[in-house]
Design a protein around this ligand. Sequence first.
Ligand code: ADP
Length: 591
Amino acid sequence: MEFFSNLKRRYNALIKESAVPLMQSRIKILAFGLGLLMLLIATILILLISSGKTAIMIRLIFLLLTLLYASYLLLYKAKWRNAAHILLIALSLFILTNILMYKHGINMVTFQLSIIIISASFYILGKNWGIMYSAINIMPIIITFTMTRAQGGSIYLSDAEVSSNTFMLCLVFNFILLVLMQYEFFKSFYQSQIKERELNHQLQSALKEAQEATRMRADFLSSMSHELRTPLHAVIGMTNVLSIENPRKDQEENLAILRFSSENLLALINDTLDFSKMNADKIVLNKADFNLTLLVQNINATFHTKAEQKGIILKLTSDFEDQPLFVKGDQTRLTQILNNLVSNAVKFTDTGGLVEMSISTTARTAEKITLLFTVKDDGIGIPANKHDTVFEPFLQANNNITKRYGGTGLGLSIVKRLIELHGSKLKLDSKENVGSTFSFDISYELAAIQEIMPVAVSAASTADISGLNILIAEDNIVNIMVLKKILEQWDCDYSIAKNGLEALEMVKAGSFDIVLMDIHMPVMDGFEAARHIREIPDIRLSKIKIIALTASSDVDIQQSFSYAYLDDYLTKPFRPDLLKKKLEECLSGGA
Ligand code: ADP
């Protein structure tokens, strides 16, 4: 009794261990198959004791011992595969000897056994072993059929067998075994399906939860970045104001540190915001007309001072030179790509170096143009084994980079994704201590040349801006304060409009030279106001110069940005010298 309860415990443990329904049914089929066959053989042996059929009894004893060994492997060693092979090989050998002994064809029990082997091998050991055991068992049966057909060989059930108790017992037992095996397998198959459906359901809800969490994280990052940017703009703006109020030498140094740190923090916030948007697949390219010539000139102008301060020559070459090139596309994103690449080139090039941004036409039809953009420097370069890692988020070519040059390691991964969004690829060619070349091409649809020609910022402009009458359309008090202080320094006159509508009314009524138009404004935004100004019937008023003030990576707003109504733009927080240059250009352009 103890022995049997021990067997039962082991069997239950084995079933419990295999959590998958299919695996459980494999163990069940194997255990019951072994148990039933051993019971059958033992019964037949008892029935045959007095019959004197020694040959068959020896075979049955041998088979019984083998099955006992297989049961031991299964229950005591948990080696179900080995147990299955032993069972199947033993039964296959039994069939082979049956075929050799009964020469008139295949008897019914032999045929049943071969079907049991074929089904069991597929169910327990899988497809490949199933095919192998099927071949081993079917081949001798087919050969026997073919050889005995002439003598009337068939699957037979003789009268003697029908009247033999042992034979009939085998027949019934085998049928029961077959039916149980099919039932068990179907049950496990059905359970697997239910479990699979349940798992699928769980997976779906887990996926939903993960997507929701990602969305919430992106929203959080996005609103945090927006909230952080506003006070930071004020910090940078006030630093700029202090810088132009004739600070002492020691104050100048402190202000430089303050500006450097706040600008770095702003870049980090902007990159993080962009990166989170990209991860949430929230970035869609905008398609609007823009002047590519102006865009690259502006980028060149933005980095001019920085390059000069570092003693680096910054060169811009393009095969359309100063000719305006109007295309349809996303100028904000192109600006972002080029800004990042030029900023890196300037950052990683030491005094005396050369940074060159070049744009060349690789193909042009009446409707389309393909441009190759290249940003080349002769700076510190990137070692060959880091050519892939620099495009990974937060990774830099070496750990000392952050200490020496600053940066987050996000820029290139953003640039790479943005270029991929344009259907292109960013290429890198770089050698350590020789320099780096980043290049990519983009195809743009050509746009009609716009009537209003925006004015580019060039390094050489000398128009006198004192006495200029400027309308500041801005709702943020700190920004107004910063602008007021800057304009007072240059002896400019100014008036304030708190929203787009006020600005429109003031332009209609007043005699301003230039409007500095914020884009984010209540009542009427900057775009709307600019459009209405252009529609004023009095041409002297409608042609007024409008410089837009946009938040740096304010993608959502800039997605709908059209410069058709605007003469130029400045990204906030801007440096006073850049604003001054733009005002001077406007003045000389308008003269
Ligand atoms: P960051 O500049 O903020 O560190 P990026 O993603 O823009 O992040 O660049 C990743 C790294 O690639 C940089 O830290 C630097 O090691 C390397 N790198 C990028 N551009 C250049 C370049 N023009 N010359 C040398 N190394 C560069």
